[in-house]
Design a protein around this ligand. Structure first.
Ligand code: SF4
Length: 420
């Protein structure tokens, strides 16, 4: 059972899921952030609640988890598992994969305990990351989802140290990494980018079609005082200017963000400021959480906590405002021809995503065709309808992976394909 200790709601869900798994078969190994939490005497916090679990580890403890599995479940001779591919076993569908480029975080946001659980930023060597990406692409991955706690800070801990990619010296940094991954001819999507000034260089790569024009930027709030209380990285005052500058460089940019409503001390007028920011920013996709205290977070000590019903009402209001914005932004795409990657085949077409939609967190494109579409294949589709979250489309033509690589290398837009 992989667990999350990010907010108290996630802790509760993890604890409940462990209980359900124990009730199901009684054999549970716990790993992830919550596994690292200890009680006052240094004992496992999870074990204190569920003494029957077989083993508990912290995050990134693959070897310890496998040791625990082999201790409790003798490993039979199995020709398939004995011939594991070099990239290991992936839990995502064959055509997309998460690529973790760093662990830990150098920030100290007041609502977050991840740095205390996962430590300071440690970037993987760029050569190692690119080699893993190449292996994934060779195995059929068509979309790489780049993740870490603070993706824009990749390489800062090693001061951009030079490493080697296929014999070439390359600096360890997010722009160099994005450029190298862009050479692989697949979709490259960046998650968890903070609005640091150097992000502008990434939008250049997006405009050139080297990586997807998609920015997942967790702004969390817009009001400068609340952002200071949150101790968020990058100065917030210029965020609206930054968004305008990113869009000027890359007009097709899709921006996703998350926000916290009802942070301790947030006044009604500061919340209104956030609503005004949303109306002006016209972000494409937004998630919002009502503030939830996390055990051990500095924000718990802030004065003037907001009552839970007010936090929830503000969250609902924010999502209502954003729903209308998202509806309008999706409606503006009706009539365009866009490229989709198919995630699911249906008798009369399939369900896919354009470069503007990340799997599992954004909406989808429902494509009508004469028969089932191929999972993991690219198709050009014409958008014919939209709602608050999703798009509907009809097939125009299919495109292979090599055609995608060609359009990326020639600098044409690999995402939006044709025009209205
Ligand atoms: S940037 Fe802030 S919210 Fe994100 S992991 Fe680091 S401390 Fe937590």
């Amino acid at each position: 059972m992989n667990t999350c200790g990010f907010i108290d709601a996630a802790v509760e869900e993890s604890v409940q899921a462990i209980g359900e798994a124990l009730a199901e078969n009684g054999k549970v190994i716990v790993t992830g952030c919550l596994g690292a939490r200890t009680g006052a005497g240094g004992e496992s916090w999870v074990r204190g609640i569920h003494p029957a679990v077989l083993a508990v580890t912290g995050p990134d403890a693959t070897d310890q988890v496998l040791d625990a599995v082999h201790t409790h479940l003798a490993r039979p001779h199995e020709p398939f598992f004995d011939l594991l591919p070099p990239a290991g076993v992936k839990l995502t569908p064959r055509h997309y994969a998460y690529l973790k480029i760093a662990e830990g975080c150098n920030q100290s946001c007041s609502f977050c305990v991840i740095p205390s659980m996962r430590g300071k930023l440690v970037s993987r060597p760029i050569g190692e990351v690119v080699r893993e990406a190449e292996r994934l692409v060779q195995q059929g991955v068509r979309e790489l989802l780049i993740v870490s706690q603070d993706t824009g800070a990749y390489g800062v801990d090693v001061r951009g140290r030079t490493d080697f990619v296929n014999g070439r010296p390359v600096r360890t940094g997010i722009q160099d990494l994005a450029t190298e991954l862009g050479r692989l001819g697949v979709w490259v999507r960046l998650h968890y980018i903070y609005p640091y000034p150097h992000i502008a260089q990434l939008t250049d790569l997006m405009a050139q079609g080297i990586i997807l024009p998609y920015l997942d930027v967790p702004f969390q709030h817009a009001h400068p005082r609340v952002l200071r209380l949150m101790r968020r990285p990058a100065s917030a005052e210029r965020n609206m200017d930054r968004i305008a500058a990113w869009r000027a460089v890359c007009p097709g940019l899709s921006i996703r963000s998350t926000f916290i409503a009802g942070f301790p001390g947030e006044t009604e007028s500061e919340f209104e400021y956030l609503i005004e920011f949303l109306k002006q920013a016209q972000l494409d996709r937004v998630g919002c959480f009502a503030y939830s205290p996390v055990q051990g977070a500095a924000a718990n000590d802030l004065p003037e906590p907001i009552p839970e019903p007010v936090r929830e009402a503000r969250r609902a209001r924010l999502m209502q405002v954003q729903a209308e914005i998202s509806r309008c932004r999706l409606a503006a795409r009706v009539g365009t021809v866009q490229r989709v990657l198919i995630d699911q085949a249906l008798p009369g077409g399939g369900i896919g995503r354009t470069g503007c939609e990340a799997p599992e967190i954004d909406g989808v494109v429902r494509v009508s065709a004469t028969g089932p579409l191929q999972i993991g294949a690219f198709y050009d589709v014409r958008i014919v309808d939209s709602d608050e979250h999703d798009l509907s489309a009809v097939m125009v033509k299919s495109r292979s992976g090599s055609q995608l690589a060609e359009s990326a290398s020639t600098g044409s837009d690999p995402v939006h394909g044709g025009a209205r």
